[in-house]
Design a protein around this ligand. Structure first.
Ligand code: HEM
Length: 239
């Protein structure tokens, strides 16, 4: 009986300890790499001055990373077999500038304090920095994420929202990530920047239903603008 109680207490202790170890905090790198946020900010600003698409590309990259096994930078992993997370169909249209932003920031951080800062934290800081560059408010980022060791294309499917999802499905996929409907609505504000490829919504312009090729829930003028931008016989990969 005593041994069992001892084991139970040990498990509780380990759970609490485990929780403590997983705790993120603002000053996580105060002794190991105190300047990390400034270094990332500089790298992100430099990249932004070269390519405006740095903003949407970095934001979407962080979102797609975070919804598959948490914010662990596993989307940055390459596989010689083409079967890493970044190779999943849902990730193929991610803009190269997002990856490049993180690589540049990581290089800058490593030059200052090698092997101290996780790529996952660099992604989180960079996502905040591009939100600020876009004119959004600044906020503190809690740090201490660990980089994931697993990155598999097959693990992506079913974890990212698709364009044809109902509100209930969207709610479910965000709830899986501990995010409420209100969080989802706020985060969808990220679509203020960036673009979509024509093939993501062309069905709503040309083949919605036999009686109404254009989705009647679309504002007709907006639908016309989209049709001009996305003619029917254009390369569907074009933005
Ligand atoms: C609510 C569910 C969401 C759906 C169904 C959705 C869907 C999409 C789709 C279809 C695109 C176009 C992608 C392409 O053509 O390559 C897109 C772009 C984008 N999404 Fe979302 N998204 C959602 C939530 C989010 C969230 C939570 C964020 C970030 C906080 C986000 C950030 C972006 C950004 C920045 C772009 C533009 C990317 C670029 O221009 O490179 N989205 N989204």
């Amino acid at each position: 009986m005593e041994a069992r109680r001892g084991l139970f207490l040990l498990m509780i202790f380990m759970m609490i300890k485990g929780k403590e170890e997983a705790q993120l905090m603002e000053n996580f790198y105060s002794s190991s790499s105190p300047g990390v946020e400034a270094v990332v900010k500089q790298a992100v600003s430099t990249k932004f001055s070269q390519k405006f698409t740095t903003i949407p590309a970095t934001l979407l990259l962080f979102f797609h990373d975070s919804f598959v096994m948490g914010c662990d930078a596993s989307i940055m992993v390459s596989s010689p077999n083409g079967d890493a997370g970044k190779d999943a169909p849902d990730n193929l249209s991610l803009a190269g500038d997002g990856f490049d932003t993180i690589v540049k920031a990581k290089e800058a951080v490593e030059a200052q304090c090698p092997n101290a800062v996780s790529c996952a934290d660099i992604m989180a800081i960079a996502a905040r920095d591009v939100a600020v560059l876009a004119g959004g408010p600044s906020f503190s980022v809690e740090l201490g994420r660990r980089d994931g060791l697993i990155s598999q294309s097959s693990l992506v499917a079913g974890n990212l929202p698709e364009t044809n999802f109902t509100l209930a499905l969207l709610d479910t996929i965000f709830a899986k990530n501990n995010l409420s409907q209100i969080d989802m609505i706020a985060l969808s504000g990220a679509h203020t920047v960036g673009f979509s490829h024509c093939n993501r919504f062309a069905d709503r312009l040309y083949s919605f239903s036999p009686s109404s090729p254009v989705d009647p829930s679309l504002d007709p003028n907006y639908a016309k603008q989209l049709m001009n931008a996305c003619p029917q016989n254009v390369d569907p990969r074009l933005p």
